[in-house]
Design a protein around this ligand. Structure first.
Ligand SMILES: *Cc1c(COP(=O)(O)O)cnc(C)c1O
Length: 387
């Protein structure tokens, strides 16, 4: 059993993917071919925003957004403490300070209350200027944008949506990647919509920012790439990846997103009451980048992971460390915000095998393995009480 079976997906899409790949190679437009602009148009339409600017990966997408907003030294950017490293890394890369904010245990996403508290602390200290918030759609569920947006407006901050795991999700009928002032996603192979290498995209309704994003991604180009009006980067989605993504986006819309939701619902039905399950809030729809459960404590979590492994079931710990515990940020983040939920969740979280092509029989094996583990555990505990 695969944790995320990309091979099965390829077997299904092989005729279409092979055709488009051959076409790109025969045409020879490897950079900025027609497929790239066609894909950008299709993605913007799907997400429901005016502009989509594809780029080299999801990390560059975030950096391009921060560059567009001129975020730099002396600025504070608020980032959830529980996310993939890149969400905070890009802030430090621009020379600004990432200030980590606690999360909600049910959704794993940024807590608006903790965000408000963190902003107040930074303002009180007076050393940094609060500039922006990076909200992350962790594991596929959009962050609490109604709560976060209120805080952003209260303090006049820009809101960046890191939708690397959120593509395909929804909040109140709006698609993920349309929920920030600028939103980004990643096409890393294991993300909800992945390509066959690195890829990413930036989304916005703001025409001026869209222009800056297009410039920054190609060496700060002015009229063309040999007229350079600002210092940018080289971060393009190549034509092969765009062609592959066109095929994959169709499958994603036609059935993959629906199927992965069915698989997730099946876990939820069968594991209810056994372990703490991820909660999709009312009005939200997840693209299920991960199905992450919470165990009682670190010992139980690690025990279950070993037990699953003994039965040849892969599982992953996203994430074993909080952001503020990462060595790269030591000494940088001097702002003291309480991060108790995030610290606790890191010790208890475990992601189960999940993808649109997971067979019911495979999933039943995962479920019964978890049932057995929990049953053995409660038997042991009872015995310990008797003797
Ligand atoms: C994967 C990921 C990124 C980075 O995307 P890459 O394409 O790997 O650069 C950023 N943020 C989050 C939350 C991610 O999961």
């Amino acid at each position: 059993m695969q944790f995320r079976d990309l091979q099965k997906q390829y077997q299904k899409l092989k005729p279409d993917i092979d055709t488009v790949v051959t076409k790109v190679i025969n045409t020879g437009n490897f950079i900025s071919g027609q497929q790239v602009s066609d894909l950008e148009e299709r993605l913007a339409e799907y997400v429901g925003v005016k502009y989509c600017i594809t780029c080299g990966n999801g990390t560059d997408a975030l950096s391009l957004a921060l560059m567009t907003w001129n975020i730099g030294p002396g600025d504070a950017v608020f980032v959830p403490d529980f996310t993939f490293f890149a969400s905070g890394e890009v802030v430090a890369f621009e020379g600004a300070i990432p200030v980590f904010v606690d999360i909600d245990e049910d959704t794993f996403n940024m807590s608006p209350a903790s965000l408000d508290e963190a902003i107040q602390i930074v303002k009180k200290e007076g050393k940094l200027i609060p500039k922006a918030i990076i909200a992350v759609d962790l594991f596929g569920q959009p962050a609490d944008y109604s709560g976060i947006r209120k805080v952003a407006e209260k303090y006049g901050l820009l809101l960046l949506e890191d939708g690397a795991q959120g593509f395909g999700g929804q909040m109140d009928g709006c698609k993920a990647c349309s929920l920030g002032d600028i939103s980004t996603t990643s096409f890393f192979p294991a993300k909800p919509l992945g390509c066959y290498g690195d890829g990413g995209a930036v989304f916005t309704n703001n025409e001026e920012w869209a222009g800056l994003l297009k410039s920054y991604r190609i060496h700060g180009k002015g009229l063309d790439k040999y007229d350079n009006v600002r210092v940018g980067m080289n971060s393009r989605l190549d034509t092969l990846q765009a062609a592959i993504l066109q095929v994959k986006l169709k499958a994603f819309c036609d059935y993959e997103l629906e199927n992965v939701n069915k698989v997730a619902a099946r876990y939820t039905q069968n594991l209810e009451g056994l372990v703490k399950l991820p909660i999709i809030k009312k009005g939200y729809y997840s693209s299920w980048a991960q199905y992450s459960i919470l165990l009682k404590d670190e010992k139980e979590r690690n025990g279950l992971q070993v037990y699953l492994k003994e039965h040849e079931i892969p599982s992953m710990i996203y994430y074993p460390k909080t952001m503020h515990q990462q060595r790269a940020f030591q000494g940088m983040n001097c702002v003291k915000v309480k991060l108790t939920v995030s610290e606790n969740v890191c010790q208890r979280v475990l992601a189960l095998p999940l993808h649109p092509y997971l067979e019911p029989q495979e999933q039943d094996r995962v479920i019964s393995c978890i049932e057995d583990f929990m049953e053995n555990k409660s038997k042991e505990e009872k015995q310990n009480l008797v003797f």
